[in-house]
Design a protein around this ligand. Structure first.
Ligand SMILES: [Zn+2]
Length: 78
């Protein structure tokens, strides 16, 4: 099984927080939870990652989201 990190799912490039879960959806939720916790504790890098995502068009956001879900699905298969 391949490890998926926060940075794989659009987080800051240097964030190696490991995203775990038994399904892609669960991993997505855990990633969101981690990012929210980081932002709440005042982490600017994670805030910037959210801002970058918010600046994308809805189509681009959907594409990114599908990409991340694919990364999670692949990691569960390997
Ligand atoms: Zn992170």
């Amino acid at each position: 099984m391949k490890n998926v990190t926060c940075s794989d799912l659009g987080g800051p490039a240097d964030c190696q927080f490991e995203i775990v879960g038994s399904t892609a959806e669960e991993m997505g939720d855990n990633c969101k939870k981690h990012v929210m916790e980081m932002v709440q504790s005042g982490d600017e890098a994670h805030q910037a990652a959210i801002n970058a995502m918010m600046n994308l068009s809805p189509e681009e956001q959907q594409k990114k989201f599908a990409e991340y879900m694919q990364i999670c699905t692949d990691s569960l298969r390997e």
